[in-house]
Design a protein around this ligand. Sequence first.
Ligand SMILES: Nc1ncnc2c1ncn2[C@@H]1O[C@H](COP(=O)(O)OP(=O)(O)OP(=O)(O)O)[C@@H](O)[C@H]1O
Ligand SMILES: [Mg+2]
Length: 268
Amino acid sequence: MGENLLELAGVTFGFEEDAPPIVEHFDLSVQRGGFVALLGPSGCGKSTLLNMAAGLLSPWEGEVRYGGAKLAGLNRQVGYMTQGDTLLPWTTVARNIMLPLELRGTPKAERGPKLEQALALVNLGEARDKYPSELSGGMKRRALLARSLIYDPPMLLMDEPFGALDAQLREVMHKELLATVGRLGTSVLFVTHDISESILLADRILVLGGRPLRCLEEITPPWSKPRDLDAVRGSAAYLALEIRLRGLLREANDLTLAQSPKSPGKAA
Ligand SMILES: Nc1ncnc2c1ncn2[C@@H]1O[C@H](COP(=O)(O)OP(=O)(O)OP(=O)(O)O)[C@@H](O)[C@H]1O
Ligand SMILES: [Mg+2]
């Protein structure tokens, strides 16, 4: 077991100071080389946790630690693939993917080879001179993945990265992602609503729900590495986990609805 690369230790956070916090005294850790999935209903606070890990939001209480040190300001050690499409429309795929290198002041001579590597990784070489509006949904997600991987960050934060893709393309992306992070040793914190995706990809699945947010259950799928996703999907253990997680997610959903301030459930 390796040490923790990322820790949220007793964090409390809300968007309004006079309202109850969304997250209260919450703990979360990702160990080096680990793949942790956060599974939970819409609005429960998953993106909020990622934003704290990225240093975009600061907790009211508690702290975020990265590599053992308390995070102050932006976490420049992580690649963040956010929920939306954040490609810049006015420039090409290649420039978009190289953006983090420009922002970090990577010498020009080093940028080219890194771009080539990133393009090859996601199989987008032929689209390098296209503009985002000319890409399919899947190509956009690949470009975003390449952009978050281009400076070899030790950790990736991924917020429902493949939610908008069709099932077949999602399958391809799952295989590519596992192969890539396996090769680079990247640690991943991955948000999804999709039960099957969490079972296929993660070493640890945290089922989250409630207000304030709690971890209702932690599940460790038994697959060995590297995993054969087709074999996993066909196994009895996969089916059993899927049924169990379906029940847990329903519970998490009910809990979140019942405890959220504006929900009709609360008024009763
Ligand atoms: N900028 C903001 N200002 C005020 N409230 C916010 C803001 N961002 C999120 N919230 C609220 O905080 C709660 C948690 O939001 P968050 O985006 O973390 O949920 P989520 O679990 O990522 O949901 P989804 O699965 O729909 O993306 C929600 O109730 C949301 O309405
Ligand atoms: Mg979200």
